[in-house]
Design a protein around this ligand. Structure first.
Ligand code: GKR
Ligand code: MG
Length: 429
């Protein structure tokens, strides 16, 4: 084995505190799952990454790990070919699974190959960066911007989890328009975000509209988005967008399926964005064939097949005149830094990206929580990803994982603890 050959892959599942955030599928459980990837060369160099930590993903990662044995960190293409051969692609499909919507992309087997490739690719790029003495953004072609803007991602929420297993989060209840404005003020004061996204599809639409109108009044001129995760019928989607006339920057996943989105698009001027119906190339092609009802693709390198695949997606979006931004799920600093390097390398990415970062208070990288300046995160210039694992924190978060029985995110089951009759049937409103 040459000194640079990959000798070992370590996958450590972790769990971290997550507030009781409401969404179309139900409510977040008290612990969010991720996994930390470490790829080690024969000479002891380690490249790191963060990805989903749900059981199906851990199984896919374990199945694919032998693909890296003896491989050079530079050999991304061979890694991709080997992973595709080892991991079952599962059935194809999007986040709309029959009657219910799953908002946990970490559990979608249809994306196994893309997710595993992404998980390994970023850690291998981290190794490449260390070897070349270059930040990942330079390996991706260089930075189109020095800092990446993110948006204030607001959620309706309860003050506490049912059977709250640790001290309640500092955000308090977020159910009324006043509470949502207060949440926004607190988040913007801390991070400096300029754009605001409201997660919707949880409360009756009239209440959600009132909250968005209150935000528009409290933050005049701030770009605003609303995302009910397809929990509204076409009729409700059209009624809501009419009530929000002149307020929205884009309208994210109002109605189910590409057909539902197309019906909304025919009768509304606000551009539609998605992280639910254009989630792979097959769906991208269908959107184009249908005349592009979706105008903005919310990409996510964790399930789009990695950083380079997302750059290719950016080129395709440019070809078809589509906008591009970034989706997120509950995550920690390694993912945030990977998103930042990638977003910096994509000139076409013209909206502030989503991040769940403010909702987390745990961290797994040395130096702890990252600091934003005016709502943006600076791209690091040190080799690779620019973050290092905090081994004590990793051990603590792994202990959390061992101590919780959660093995797959299930917002619906969690909501049934509060409301046993909750069916999760979609679209609910
Ligand atoms: O964290 O509840 C959540 C979100 O609803 C997440 O699961 C979505 O995937 O943030 C995502 C989105 O924009 O749809
Ligand atoms: Mg969304």
């Amino acid at each position: 084995m040459t000194p640079l050959a990959i000798r070992h892959v370590r996958i450590t599942p972790i769990a971290f505190r997550d507030p009781p955030l409401l969404n179309a599928a139900g409510i977040h459980e008290p612990w969010a799952l991720r996994s930390i990837i470490e790829i080690e060369t024969a000479c002891g160099r380690v490249g790191i990454n963060e990805t989903y930590g749900d059981l199906p993903m851990l199984e896919a990662l374990a199945k694919a790990a032998p693909a890296l044995q003896g491989l050079s960190p530079w050999d991304l293409i061979t890694m991709e070919i080997r992973v595709a051969a080892l991991v079952s692609p599962g059935q194809t499909g999007s986040e709309f699974l029959g009657e219910q919507i799953s908002l946990a992309p970490g559990t979608h087997v249809s994306k196994n190959v893309a997710k595993v490739i992404s998980a390994f690719e970023v850690a291998m790029l981290d190794l490449q960066g260390q070897l070349a003495g270059a930040p990942i953004v330079d390996l991706l072609g260089g930075a189109a911007r020095d800092a990446v803007p993110f948006s204030a991602y607001l959620f309706f929420k309860y003050a506490e989890h049912i059977g709250q297993p640790y001290a309640a989060d500092p955000w308090g209840e977020g159910l009324t328009p006043e509470q949502i404005v207060a949440q926004a003020r607190q988040m913007i004061a801390t991070y400096g975000f300029k754009s605001i996204k409201l997660k919707a599809g949880a409360l009756p639409p009239e209440q959600e509209v009132q909250a968005l109108l209150a935000l528009a009044k409290a933050f005049p001129g701030a770009p605003l988005r609303i995302d009910p995760n397809a929990n509204w019928t076409v009729a409700t989607s059209l009624k809501v967008v009419e009530q929000l006339r002149g307020v929205l920057e884009y309208y994210e996943d109002p109605a189910p399926g590409l057909e539902g989105m197309a019906e909304v698009a025919r009768q509304c001027e606000v551009p539609l964005a998605t992280n639910m119906v254009v989630t792979d190339l097959k769906e991208f092609r269908r959107n184009v064939e249908m005349g592009c009802p979706v105008k903005i693709v919310l990409s996510d390198h964790h399930y789009w097949g990695g950083m380079r695949a997302t750059q290719r997606l950016a080129t395709m979006c440019q070809t078809f005149g589509l906008g591009l931004s970034m989706h997120s799920n509950s995550h920690l600093g390694i993912s945030l830094m990977a998103m930042t390097h990638l977003a910096a390398s994509v000139p076409q990415l013209s909206y502030a990206c989503d991040t769940h970062f403010p909702w987390q208070d745990d961290e797994v990288v040395q130096g702890g929580r990252m600091s934003f300046e005016d709502g943006s995160l600076r791209v690091t210039h040190t080799p690779g990803l620019g973050v290092t694992l905090d081994r004590e924190a990793l051990a603590r978060l792994h202990d959390n994982y061992l101590n919780t029985s959660i093995r797959q995110r299930d917002d619906l089951a969690q909501m049934r603890k509060y409301a046993p009759a909750f069916t999760g049937e979609q679209p609910r409103f």
